[in-house]
Design a protein around this ligand. Structure first.
Ligand SMILES: [Zn+2]
Length: 314
């Protein structure tokens, strides 16, 4: 299928392991795995599991931005996929748009900054909060989402919601500082308390989310825009999404799971398009339940998005 092993330069550029990974000859087993994936786990884990036999570096230990890069490389060079496509819903008129970017025009940023620990500062009640953190690894996506399973099923409770985010981001937090007083690495409970006792909970979670999960300083350049075919609005979106890739999705109790995804949309953490691009939405039971709930959610359904059409089912 792909005759020669190849060395790929990784975007992390030697940050915490070799700058090059050896990609072995991809065999039919990979393809069967791809077709077989039952999506009873998250997207990050599927990608890492399928690639693991072919890489000289364990993909679970990789920076997630590196794994996404290798994944796209395999898809484009081995499977001759020439473009990345995604379904996106216009934020203004709710029209369904098929957007695509040619693989050859995807830009890769190779890391220049060799610092392993980064930080950001935000006002916190009357203090200044400084958060030291590291970038996200594949393992973080897998572990935090497995641990979060029971929380994901009860996320309409705001307390669980904050617990969920604390757990999702906890592995990346290295140190917390208030004004100049360091509390070192917080416990997961302490991180949760930082969210809970903030006067502006959503803003605090959003800041953590943007720095730790959403933005990466290396890898495939991931900020795109498209012009809506119906209303000409310029929409921003990301092709590759570490956060939805880390959601653990379980087949049972689809109503509950759907409710919490809708919560994510309302809080602005994911877009409706990102929800509909989750692989599990193809699960018929999940899809039916999602449609029912969305019909009741007037604000989301008001644009008349046709969920069946979205997945070519109707
Ligand atoms: Zn539009």
């Amino acid at each position: 299928m792909y005759p020669f092993a190849k060395k790929l330069k990784l975007p992390s550029n030697g940050l915490s392991y070799e700058a090059f990974v050896e990609l072995k000859t991809i065999t039919n087993a990979f393809l069967f795995g791809l077709e077989d994936a039952e999506f009873q786990t998250n997207t990050a884990e599927i990608k890492a599991t399928l690639l693991k036999p072919y890489l000289s570096i364990d993909p679970f230990e990789m920076w997630y931005a590196d794994l996404l890069f290798v994944w796209e490389y395999v898809m484009s060079s081995v499977f001759a996929q020439t473009e990345v496509t995604k379904k996106e819903i216009c934020k203004i008129c709710k029209e369904l748009n098929e957007v695509s970017v040619a693989n050859e025009s995807l830009d890769i940023v190779y890391l220049e900054n060799s610092q392993e620990v980064l930080n950001f500062k935000i006002p916190y009640n009357d203090k200044e909060l400084v958060v030291y953190y590291r970038r996200r690894k594949t393992m973080d996506n897998v572990q935090s989402s497995n641990d979060n399973l029971e929380l994901q099923e009860a996320l309409n409770d705001p307390t669980n919601y904050m617990k969920f985010f604390a757990r999702l981001m906890y592995p990346q937090v290295v140190k917390i500082q208030f004004d100049s007083n360091s509390i070192g690495k917080p416990t997961e409970k302490e991180l949760f308390d930082i969210f809970v006792y903030s006067q502006d909970k959503i803003e605090i979670i959003n800041q953590f989310y943007d720095h730790l999960l959403k933005n990466s300083d290396f890898g495939i350049i991931n900020n795109f825009n498209y012009v809506c075919k119906k209303c000409n609005h310029h929409n921003l979106f990301q092709f590759f999404d570490p956060i939805t890739d880390s959601f653990f999705i379980k087949g049972s109790k689809p109503e509950k799971i759907n409710m919490h995804y809708l919560g994510f949309i309302k809080e602005g953490f994911i877009t409706f398009s990102e929800l509909m691009n989750l692989p599990v939405i193809m699960n018929k039971e999940f899809f039916e339940s999602c449609s029912k709930i969305l019909e009741k959610e007037s604000e989301l359904a008001s644009g008349g998005v046709d969920y069946r059409k979205f997945h070519g089912l109707g």
